[in-house]
Design a protein around this ligand. Structure first.
Ligand code: NDP
Ligand code: GDR
Length: 354
């Protein structure tokens, strides 16, 4: 079905890689926006990228950036997509405190630039638009579990930028009749997760410690609670949101919540290491029960100026209207991530490129 043409911003990220695979399998022609970088940044999608000299390839990459409106206009004009998935963002909450202006520009105004490109090109009735909204919008939570009607209270420059993106998406839907929807996605992880998000940082450390190439893992707030699912399930939800006759906003979540400490314990357990916790606050430590060695320590440098303490989503609306629910359990997610990182360490030690 070549009349289904998707443009994915953020195609080189975790979700972009899973979504591109999903859409190609469904017969879409897929275009992706990639940033110029001084080193290769297509590692997550190299297996689906074709030689550009081939003809009729189903996946095409375009250089671009959400901070560059003329570039976005040109790419949308060239591609003439039927669906746009706006996944590109400076997506690290802690980094957004270091680079607040850039984060606002890319994550907030970037969304506006794409919506304006649709309007300028007169594509309001021809393209459907998905905005990667986030559970970080709930921030200092006003209600648990969080659902579509829960008031927002963003707690970082990232979340404030995403709040603008959320509302400009709603506004362009109401003002110009664009089929524009927000997916309010709770944390979703995978072996493709960026290395500095807490789950992947933990699973990589577990693999390194188990292989004897790392001695310790330093973490920030062990008490933070998150609703963690698998990215593969969530990109299916994104697609379903755009297949609805009417645009709308949906929470995608598992409905379960766990602490960073619980994630850490389970990840070590997968590698056969049982952790015991001692001490309080910044002095809390995780030790290997078998050897007594301290493997986990708290480092306040990973604390955030304002933290989001508890996230737990209510995905009832997505279940009822989209027929969507998460498939991968928390245990399966942790196991898959630890196994993948342990395999990567083994390949590295054997001298095989990862
Ligand atoms: P990643 O950080 O893995 O990927 C972000 C993508 O955006 C990368 O392709 C990155 O390019 C690209 N990007 C960053 N800045 C720009 C820019 N200025 N212009 C163009 N492209 C840019 O994020 P995820 O895949 O995890 O998340 C996808 C989206 O969903 C993000 O918007 C995120 O904020 C949001 N989200 C994520 C959740 C999660 O749990 N994963 C939950 C809720 C929302 P490069 O590879 O070059 O860095
Ligand atoms: P989050 O993800 O901020 O929820 O944003 P992250 O994995 O960075 O943090 C989750 C929680 O873990 C605590 N934490 C640590 N976090 C990091 N990164 N590193 C540490 O060492 C550490 N120790 C404890 C954090 O304080 C936090 O409470 C992710 C991103 O994908 C966003 O783009 C997305 O919108 C949200 O999920 C939903």
């Amino acid at each position: 079905m070549a009349d289904r043409i998707a443009l994915i911003t953020g195609i080189t990220g975790q979700d972009g890689a899973y979504l591109a695979e999903l859409l190609l399998a469904k017969g879409y022609v897929v275009h992706g926006l990639r940033r110029r970088s001084s080193s290769f940044n297509t590692g997550r999608i190299d297996h689906i990228v074709h030689d550009p000299h081939e003809t009729g390839v189903p996946l095409t990459l375009h250089y671009g950036d959400l901070t560059d409106s003329t570039n976005l206009l040109r790419v949308v004009q060239e591609v003439r997509p039927t669906e746009i998935y706006n996944l590109a963002a400076q997506s690290h909450v802690a980094v957004s405190f270091e680079s607040p202006e850039y984060t606002g520009n890319a994550d907030g105004l970037g969304t506006l630039r794409l919506l304006e490109a649709i309007r300028t090109l007169g594509l309001e009735k021809q393209v459907r638009f998905y905005q990667a909204s986030t559970s970080e919008l709930y921030g200092l939570v006003q209600e648990t579990p969080q659902r579509e009607t829960t008031p927002f209270y963003p707690r970082s420059p990232y979340a404030v930028a995403k709040l603008y993106a959320y509302w400009i998406t709603v506004n362009y839907r109401e003002a110009y009749g664009i089929h524009a929807s927000n997916g309010i996605l709770f944390n979703h992880e995978s072996p493709l997760r960026g290395e500095t998000f807490v789950t992947r940082k933990i699973t990589r450390a577990v693999a390194g410690i188990a292989a004897g190439v790392q001695s310790k893992l330093f973490l920030g707030n062990l008490d933070a609670r998150r609703d963690w699912g698998h990215a593969r399930d969530y990109v299916e939800g994104m697609w379903r949101i755009l297949q609805q006759d009417e645009p709308d906003d949906y929470v995608l979540a598992t409905g379960e919540t766990r602490t960073v400490r619980e994630f850490t314990e389970r990840a070590f357990a997968r590698a056969g290491i049982t952790l015991a916790w001692h001490g309080e606050g910044v002095d809390e430590k995780g030790t290997d029960v078998a050897s007594g060695r301290v493997l986990v320590e708290v480092d306040p440098r990973y604390f955030r100026p304002t933290e989001v303490h508890l996230l737990q989503g209510d995905p009832s609306k997505a279940r009822e209207r989209l027929g969507w629910r998460h498939q991968v359990t928390f245990e399966q997610l942790v196991n898959e991530m630890v196994d993948a990182d342990m395999a990567a360490v083994r390949r590295h030690n054997a001298g095989v490129p990862t």
